[in-house]
Design a protein around this ligand. Structure first.
Ligand SMILES: [Zn+2]
Length: 315
């Protein structure tokens, strides 16, 4: 199908799925969940269904604590995956905020003592299991603030995939930056001391699937992400990945964004219904183009098995 030796291209859509925010990235005040109760069932899921795309919704704690959001998620029709997304300040132990309204979330979980980070991940995972009756397989860290200990915890908790790595980017923080500038573009098993580096023996139970980027000389990379990139730019990012990894039998593409981006003013991005329409139009142009090229849509948790690693279980 594709040039050279690539036989299969998998396309993931990984979506941080959270309460509504404000244009300054603080949680909405009062706290609202329009992206869950309206965005997913009425805007995103029907659009994905129309092209056979399979989204992975990575759920935050406040979404799983909100009964109306949980009901909307349980009622969601079609093909999708639910996974988890941690904003560490809102989860026990050492939970910082009990009222989330108006609060920003600058913490990187990798700065926590490893036992605290693990306990937070364990609590988030237990809440997911309690709400949905099965174990989550995919995870992304809030602010992309993951580290090697994150992967160790995810492995202990039975996760199959982490998707916190954003190649070519370094995320500064007063307690220490997270540096993914040299991270691989395609899935890899991270080494135990540096999340941005592959393990030399390739052994580990959690696969890192980086967000898809295209590097640019002396400029920030371009994201495979509606609103950050136009439809033409997203097509060119995909073309770059297919050329660059043409010798790989399977190439994986990972589009990311937030659920709140399809609700006007619930993120710093689309601020009007026209903006949202443009966001969804651009995304759909790219998804339809991918389908015409024979690119396959997949659940994130299924990628390890599709790459011939270990089998994916329930969910
Ligand atoms: Zn987030």
């Amino acid at each position: 199908m594709m040039r050279d030796r690539t036989e299969r291209v998998l396309f993931l859509i990984t979506i941080d799925t959270e309460c509504d925010h404000d244009p300054d990235w603080r949680r909405s005040s009062p706290l609202t969940f329009h992206s869950i109760t309206d965005g997913l069932p009425n805007r995103l899921q029907p659009a994905f269904e129309s092209v056979g795309a399979i989204p992975t919704y990575l759920l935050t704690v406040e979404v799983m604590e909100d009964p109306a959001s949980v009901a909307a998620l349980r009622a969601l029709e079609g093909s999708y995956e639910f996974g988890t997304h941690l904003h560490a300040a809102f989860v026990e132990p050492s939970k910082k905020h009990y009222d989330y309204a108006g609060i920003a979330s600058p913490d990187f979980q990798c700065h926590l003592p490893p036992e605290i980070e693990h306990a937070k991940l364990a609590n988030l995972t237990a809440l997911f299991e309690q709400r949905f009756g099965y174990a989550p397989g995919s995870f992304r860290a809030g602010r992309y603030g993951a580290g090697p200990k994150t992967i160790e915890s995810l492995a202990r908790l039975g996760y199959l995939v982490d998707t916190s790595v954003t190649p070519y980017l370094r995320w500064p923080h007063p307690d220490g930056a997270v540096d993914y500038r040299r991270a691989p573009e395609q899935p890899y098993v991270p080494c135990t001391s540096d999340l941005a580096r592959p393990a030399t023996d390739g052994v580990g139970s959690v696969l890192e699937i980086p967000v898809t980027m295209q590097p640019r000389w002396l400029r920030a990379p371009r994201w495979l992400r509606p609103w950050f990139s136009s439809a033409d730019q997203m097509r060119s990012i995909i073309g770059y990945q297919l050329r660059r990894h043409a010798r790989q039998r399977t190439v994986v593409l990972n589009m990311m964004f937030h659920s709140m981006e399809v609700i006007p003013k619930a993120s710093p991005y689309p601020q009007s219904e026209d903006d949202v329409r443009r966001f969804i139009d651009d995304m759909m142009q790219v998804l339809r183009w991918c389908r015409e090229l024979g690119i396959e849509f997949a659940r994130t948790r299924d990628v390890p098995a599709l790459l011939g690693r270990r089998p994916s279980t329930s969910g």
